[in-house]
Write a new protein. Sequence first.
Length: 134
Amino acid sequence: MAFEQVGPDRVAVTGQRARPRTDSLKVTVGYFDGYIGSGDMTFAGINAVTRARLDADLFKERLRRRGLSYPEMRVDLIGINSLHGNNGATGPEPHEVRLRVAARSDRRADAEAVGGTAASLGCGGGGSTFASVL
């Protein structure tokens, strides 16, 4: 197959081949379902899990005090409950854990607030942080 620009905003395509139409068709559909903001913080050392859980509560409280609420929010302690929920194995606590908070909103600014909250908490000694909006 070859492409040739034949004018402004015009391209000629040659050498293509086609096959007969299939019995069934496939389609890819996209739709807007809001924004997802997320923030991650890493905790290491003694009581890493306890400190991560305390920061998760503080995280949610800071968002609430700003008047923000989310139809969906997920809080994971990666290495503790991110794969199996609260049904994971019990035993000695790990020396490090990653806290991830992700929330969905119809407003981009509210989703961005999730990442901003992670960044501000991370500056307070929580550890390394990462924030994103999808």
